[in-house]
Design a binder for this molecule. Structure first.
Ligand code: ADP
Ligand code: MG
Length: 572
């Protein structure tokens, strides 16, 4: 019998082991049902025995000196790390992680794993690559090949169903991990995948986002406790960083998160609790510049490869931190198209390594099977505005296509008028920005309690494996929740009589613009401009001018309205 060769993504923050079975690449659950193993090793003081993975990570707050993370940064360097009064080389620590992965895989597969393919960043030099092979040897493994991470990611995409037709041979891999950012341009010609240019920042990653949020939480903690300051010792720092990371991850799926943590710190024998609600907006404004920095690198690497952004056929998103909506939004703006995950960004590199392993042993590689959503699912923002676009009839995505299920995601929308009676929640699936081109899968009416215009309504979709979507609408702060279940496959809304979308002759853009004209908190100058553009907009509609012309004026109007909203926000 041929022995199985596994693929390993030995990451700075997390590591994953995968293998190929009957042509399918699969990541192995190594702890508590998850395939993602934190690349952390923690030592016991007495006998120097150690823990690897989540258990080690959990010990970090209590035993910071005995717990080692991000050892990948030290690979290939002539240095040692001290713990439990012994010194370890970076290869030693990495070998414990590799050994742990291989042992779990051996248990899972029922045969001893001896050969592996391991991935490394494209920029790793010879010493760093050799150190990685050495770590494998120390773990008792034969590293049959070292593969570049972006190349591994690109290999997976060869085996994912793609509906694109003629494609450019240029692929960009955007990898935002825990502590590093890498971006590479690859040229793909059949089996050959060449890295044309790669760039990045080895001190920029998800951790920096945690750090920003941690600083913010610390300030809030100080404020809530009515203190001048709190001394930030290692324990408090690690605890707050953990809380920040969890909040950050939650904010990738929903617009608000409650952070409630007891006894975060002790001051004068008194425990301090943290109890605040964070919004995605706040988080994004704290971290905007970090995303910008990655975009500058993207531009740099395109220039270096001498390729225009329009010539990139595919953008592959890798790394857990690409789950942050701000990453996808910034890339979509830069590339003038909607960018999405096609494969789980956490597993992608390991799956690619497994495919490479399969190619070496002569396995045939089939399509990768993933339990993902086939279409994007969202709502029409007609009598709710999407704060991003302000446009009616806009299809606002809540769960993107190719999202692993089960999943639950939420977004926030705003009402348009004061004391708005309710909203028609119309659920669509499809990939177009316009609802007209997508499929209506169900709709229902949601009664609102009297509230001022622009008050938030949170819409949450929870999608399960059976194709049922539980929709929960919640008027924030008004104790007004409504839940319905939608059967996507049979297009049925349950518990609620189906109701046709109300024909609405009202032009919400004009209506809202009219309100702004009357709003005396705005500067006279701005109101004057809105009045003029609104007049030509209404005139264009009345005169039945062609659509492009009307849209052009509408865009102009929306732009000024946005400016007005900003002015209002500032004046609050
Ligand atoms: P590495 O390649 O460095 O090992 P990963 O690709 O595993 O790293 O990414 C780890 C980073 O991704 C961490 O900073 C983690 O907080 C972040 N992350 C994981 N899931 C999410 C999520 N849903 N939203 C935002 N960040 C996430
Ligand atoms: Mg990685």
């Amino acid at each position: 019998m041929k022995s199985i060769v596994c693929g390993i993504d030995l990451g700075t923050t997390n590591s994953v082991i995968a293998f190929l079975r009957d042509g399918y690449a699969e990541a192995i659950a190594v702890e508590d049902g998850t395939a993602i193993l934190p690349s952390v090793v923690s030592f016991e003081a007495g006998d120097c025995s150690y823990w690897v993975g989540q258990r080690a990570k959990n010990r970090r707050a209590a035993f910071p000196e005995a717990t080692i993370s991000s050892v990948k940064r030290l690979m290939g360097k002539d240095t040692t790390i001290t713990a439990c009064q012994r010194s370890f080389t970076p290869e030693d620590i990495s070998s414990y992680i590799l050994k742990h992965l291989a042992e779990r895989a051996s248990e899972h597969l029922g045969e001893r794993i001896e050969k592996v393919v391991v991935t490394v960043p494209a920029y790793f030099d010879d010493a760093q690559r050799r150190a990685t092979i050495r770590a494998g040897e120390l773990a008792g493994l034969d590293v049959v090949r070292i593969v570049n991470e972006p190349t591994a990611a690109a290999l997976v995409y060869d085996h994912v169903q793609s509906d694109a037709g003629e494609e450019s041979p240029y692929v960009m891999v955007y990898d935002l991990g825990g502590g590093t950012f890498d971006v590479s341009i690859l040229e793909i010609r059949g089996e050959i995948k060449e890295v044309l240019a790669s760039s990045g920042d080895t001190s920029l990653g998800g951790d920096d986002f945690d750090e920003r949020l941690k600083d913010y939480l610390l300030k809030e903690l100080v404020k809530q406790a009515g203190l001048e300051s709190i001394e930030e010792d290692v324990r408090l720092r690690v605890r707050l960083l953990d809380i920040a990371e969890r909040a950050k991850i939650a904010l990738s799926d929903r617009p608000y998160v409650k952070v409630q943590e007891a006894a975060v710190a002790m001051v004068g024998g008194r425990p301090l609790n943290l109890d605040i609600e964070l919004s995605r907006d706040t988080f994004q404004s704290l971290t905007e510049d970090l995303i910008d920095r990655t975009m500058r690198k993207v531009e740099e690497v395109l220039k270096e490869a001498n390729i225009d952004s329009d010539d990139i056929g595919k953008i592959i998103l890798v790394g857990g931190a690409t789950r942050m909506p701000a990453v996808i939004e910034a890339l979509s703006v830069l590339f003038h198209e909607s960018v999405e995950h096609s494969v789980d960004p956490d597993l992608c590199v390991a799956l690619g390594a497994a495919i490479q392993a399969g190619l070496i042993t002569g396995e045939s590689v089939g399509q990768i099977l993933l339990d993902v959503t086939a279409h994007s699912l969202g709502v029409k923002t007609l009598d709710m505005v999407d704060p991003e676009t302000n446009k009616p009839d806009y299809f606002s995505t809540i769960i993107r296509r190719n999202t692993r299920i089960p999943v639950s995601r939420a977004e926030v929308y705003r009402t348009i008028v004061d004391r708005q009676r309710g909203v028609d929640v119309e659920v669509f699936q499809g990939e177009s920005f316009s609802c007209l081109e997508n499929t209506l899968v169900g709709s229902f009416f949601y009664d609102l309690k009297p509230a001022p215009a622009y008050s938030p309504v949170v819409v949450e979709f929870a999608y399960d494996r059976e194709g049922l979507v539980r929709i929960c609408v919640d008027q924030k702060g008004y104790d007004n929740r409504k839940e319905v279940t939608l059967d996507i496959r049979n297009r049925k809304v349950e518990d609620v009589p189906e109701r046709k979308a109300a024909e609405t002759p009202v032009n919400y853009v004009a209506e809202k613009a009219g309100r702004l004209v009357r709003d005396n908190r705005l500067s006279e100058n701005l109101r004057q401009v809105i009045r003029q553009v609104l007049a030509s907009y209404e005139e264009a509609i009345r005169a039945g001018e062609n659509e492009d012309r009307v849209e052009e004026i509408e865009d102009r109007l929306l732009e000024i309205m946005e400016q007005a909203e900003e002015e209002l926000e500032l004046s609050e």
